[in-house]
Design a protein around this ligand. Sequence first.
Ligand code: 13P
Length: 250
Amino acid sequence: MRRKVIAGNWKMNKLPNEAIEFMDSLAKLVKDTNNEVIICAPYTDLFYVLLQAQGTNIKVGAQNMHFEDNGAYTGEVSGEMLKAIGVEYVIIGHSERRQYFNETDETVNKKIKAAFKHELKPIVCVGETLEQREEGLANDIIRNQTKLALEGLSKEEVKGTIIAYEPIWAIGTGKTATSEDANNSIKEIRNEIESIYGKDVADEVIIQYGGSVKSKNAKELFETSDIDGGLVGGASLDPEEFSKIVNYDK
Ligand code: 13P
């Protein structure tokens, strides 16, 4: 049985005092869950969030990293730096980074390799646009993104990768994929992984759904055969609402 992993992606939200307050509330609300809980905070909040997470079951992730360890890359933060302060997870290739910051399948692949080099666990985002879905290309797109993202990784590394299927048309729009559609897309991703790395790897890899996950739709989504939890944007900003998603099975 794969575990459920529920990660909050705060995106560019929350000042340190708000982050501290949030963590204080969330820790109490999710202390009894068996699901894995991760908060992916902006760089400027990470240190505070890490301190607050100590002694709780909440894990901490960043939202991006550079693939080099150091050097003349003004404004960037490396995997080595994240590891040094105690970060455990890192989101890589979010569609907002692909769309606004020229992230490509190639940089995504480099960043995943750099994450493993520094023993960070990558949460890798894939997903199609509405146009691609309407043209019937969704499965090809997500299979290809998955293949390119994981290229050159060992079986063990693929097993340790979390994939987040986030259809771009469902992000921040209030439009959720139906649980059946999301589950089918995730099966496609799992089949792609099976075709390259084998069934043992495909059966183990955690694949989340993301895109307008809320407390009212979490249960239906997460109880399908292949959806192993969620990557949650807007609904992760409020501790009460996010805790209800984490505790969907209570
Ligand atoms: P929303 O939950 O706000 O739709 O965002 C999803 C997302 O992009 C998480 O990474």
